[in-house]
Design a protein around this ligand. Structure first.
Ligand code: SF4
Length: 352
């Protein structure tokens, strides 16, 4: 059991902090410093009385992590390696939409958020799962990650994708309250349709999430058109095979009336044959889902490779020809910055 020096930022939603007899306008001033101005040091809040600041500082730690490495460029993609209070590492990625990206404003900023330290699900192509799950992030660490990444970026974050380290749906007890603060106009004020949760296919949790009131988006990491292919790279498929997964997606869509996305990482010789493209299009049609194709980013220590350009294009064209409702090909940014999930953390752990 880890003993943190203080309670962490916003493990309790801001509105429910112990305000005792603090006047409403003072609470609003504190809220403004944190969420509007992004000040995460109590002593910098110049209009707050000293005794109130020191009282709140005892209760709430505003900076549950520190950036130890930032790689990449402020024009495109930056990866941040954070050190948590118990000396564990997690990663976040800031992704800027580049000029000319179809239908996307040039200035859009997306943050890829981690929800766990490591991951228990052991997808064979992923660096995050290589040394297993260390622990879940707390609500405060999830909110803190967004606030601190916003400060690193020096601007508003437009979109959040929970596709960083860890399986978000395996940490719903911490994630859902974090989403309350992220969504709240009194908190980070990021709209539900700008938030995507990605899952490797935890069927019962998909069904649980269907009841979450806000209209957040769901992405399924499919990475295979049939059980045989998917099971080769995603052990979770043995627990929740495709029939169950697709059934849960149907129920989710039926309840939410929202389009979901099928993410598909293309790995050479593993899941990139055109039969898989046909099956993928079939699933997308059945679910009326978008398809997002992502050519694989190499991970040190793993043998998987990105398919040749011609194969990537042929796969894309087949999914399109087979009438998937919408298909995009996302060329992963940041080959040079260990952009695949978990790589930077793994390097840091190995170097210690
Ligand atoms: S891809 Fe996601 S679910 Fe799979 S091991 Fe990596 S972090 Fe975990």
């Amino acid at each position: 059991m880890v003993n943190f020096p203080k309670p962490l930022l916003l493990d309790t939603p801001f509105e429910k902090w112990e305000w005792d007899d603090v006047p409403k306008y003072r609470r609003e001033q504190v809220r403004h410093w944190i969420f509007e101005k992004g000040f995460l040091q109590w002593d910098k809040m110049s209009n707050i009385p000293k005794n109130l600041k020191s009282d709140l500082a005892k209760k709430v730690d505003l900076a549950p992590m520190e950036p130890v490495k930032v790689q990449g460029s402020t024009d495109t993609t930056q990866k941040i390696l954070w050190k948590l209070r118990d000396n564990q590492f997690i990663e976040s990625v800031l992704i800027r939409a580049t000029e000319g990206t179809k239908g996307v404003r040039a200035s859009r900023l997306t943050l890829c958020v981690s929800t766990q330290v490591g991951c228990a699900l052991g997808c064979k192509f992923c660096a995050s799962g290589l040394d297993g799950l260390k622990r879940n992030l707390t609500t405060g660490e999830i909110v803190g990650q967004v606030l601190m990444a916003r400060n690193e970026a020096g601007r508003r974050i437009d979109n959040l994708v929970f596709m960083g380290m860890g399986e978000p749906l395996a940490n719903l007890p911490a994630l859902l309250p974090a989403l309350d603060t992220i969504l709240s106009p009194q908190g980070l004020g990021i709209g539900a349709r700008h938030i995507t949760l990605s899952t490797s296919g935890l069927v019962p949790k998909i069904l649980e999430l269907a009841n979450f009131p806000a209209q957040i988006r769901l992405a399924i990491s499919l990475h295979g058109g049939d059980d045989e292919t998917r099971s080769k790279i995603m052990p979770i498929n043995k627990r929740y095979p495709m029939t169950e997964l697709l059934g849960a997606c149907e129920k989710f869509i039926g309840q939410r009336k929202k389009m979901i996305t099928l993410e598909y990482i293309l790995i050479k010789g593993v899941n990139d044959d055109l039969k898989q493209a046909e099956l993928l299009a079939e699933h997308a049609q059945r679910l009326n889902a978008k398809v997002n194709l992502i050519p694989y980013n190499r991970v040190d220590g793993l043998d998987w490779e990105r398919p040749e350009k011609e194969q990537i294009n042929a796969f894309y064209k087949t999914v399109e020809r087979e009438k998937a409702p919408r298909v995009t090909l996302r060329m992963e940014k940041g080959h040079d910055i260990d952009a695949a999930c978990g790589q930077l953390r793994l390097k840091e752990i190995k170097s210690q």
